[in-house]
Design a protein around this ligand. Structure first.
Ligand SMILES: Nc1nc2c([nH]c(=O)n2[C@H]2C[C@H](O)[C@@H](COP(=O)(O)OP(=O)(O)OP(=O)(O)O)O2)c(=O)[nH]1
Length: 311
């Protein structure tokens, strides 16, 4: 089952998703807490430790009391020992193995309450998910780059990558410690050779779907925030040898290009954003032609920019 949810740019929770990394999967709320928040947990833990040692010192003079129950819900779980390597999927291709390694490098234990990144088709864990275990979330960030003609850029996945040949919104997985915006700015530089300021990325929507491979579907879930971007430095080019194409809203909806699973459900939302972008730009240009209407033109353009999901 695939579905996408629109997260208009102006909604604070959309920004919260991208910056704080908070989501719900398998009935569990997961928090990717900022360092400050972890500091709070650590200090509350130290407090508990201090309380325990005070209690130990007092034990010689008074009968031991049961330790005060900490608010365990607020404490990060201790990291679990590394799990045994899961069974590999049948006959992995070199590309799959490569993706798996990259995924493992950016993976953190989801049981520690943090994000987990692992490629949906390439990570192991076959069979049934252990009852009560967390589903791993593959967090991928992507960009709808919109040019002045109101077209969006699609890139073809290069040879050697999983799902090679499919057309996607440029982007990729987060590296450890990166915010969504930082990861996306890095990916856009690596893949397209363009420089994007993280502040120029505006949340538009997100895709959320289980692994497309049925056997992994109960283990992995792909979550992909999509940002719009209208300002960058440099001319986009396929740094990894990938083909690029700019598409208008109608082409985007009608061409039915082969795409990876999380891209399809986003197409209507992106097409809508392109149309808004174009009509906003046209309104601005028309107003500019009226004598003495330069301010109105600027206002119309600014209003179009501020519209949720517009860029
Ligand atoms: N970038 C991108 N990935 C998508 C889209 N739709 C979709 O299902 N995906 C999936 C395909 C992949 O399984 C995953 C992206 O992983 P990736 O392998 O491209 O990530 P990466 O750039 O970090 O690659 P690597 O360094 O691990 O080789 O997200 C999309 O529109 N854009």
């Amino acid at each position: 089952m695939l579905h996408a949810s629109i997260a208009p740019a102006a909604r604070p929770e959309a920004r919260a998703l991208s910056s704080a990394g908070c989501w719900r999967a398998s009935g569990q709320t997961r928090l990717n807490l900022p360092a400050a928040a972890w500091g709070v947990h650590i200090s509350s833990r130290s407090h508990i430790a201090a309380r325990s040692s005070t209690a130990a010192a007092a034990a010689s003079s008074s009968p031991p009391e049961p330790p005060a129950a900490p608010d365990v819900a607020l404490l990060p779980r201790p990291p679990r020992p590394a799990a045994a390597a899961p069974a590999a999927p049948p006959s992995p291709s070199p590309a799959v193995a490569e993706a798996d390694m990259a995924a493992a490098a950016s993976s953190v234990d989801s049981d520690a309450g943090r994000s987990s990144s692992s490629d949906d088709d390439s990570s192991g864990g076959g069979g049934k998910r252990k009852k009560g275990s967390y589903r791993r979330v593959l967090l991928v960030v992507a960009a709808a780059l919109i040019n002045q003609r109101g077209e969006v850029l699609l890139a073809q996945r290069p040879e050697g990558k999983m799902r090679q040949g499919l057309w996607e919104f440029p982007g990729g997985k987060l590296a450890p410690g990166e915010s969504c915006e930082e990861a996306l700015a890095r990916e856009l530089l690596e893949e397209l050779g363009i420089t994007v300021a993280p502040a120029a990325l505006r949340p538009l929507a997100f895709a959320s779907n289980p692994s497309s491979a049925a056997r992994w579907a109960s283990h992995f879930h792909l979550l992909m925030p999509l940002f719009t971007c209208t300002e960058w430095e440099g001319e986009p080019r396929g740094v990894e040898g990938q083909q690029l194409q700019w598409l208008g809203p109608d082409e985007l909806e009608l061409e039915r290009l082969p795409m990876p699973p999380a891209a399809y459900p986003l197409l209507p939302t992106v097409a809508e954003a392109l149309r808004r972008h174009k009509s906003g730009a046209a309104a601005g240009a028309a107003a500019a032609q009226q004598p003495g209407q330069a301010a109105a033109a600027a206002e119309a353009a600014a209003a179009a920019e501020d519209e949720p999901g517009s860029s």
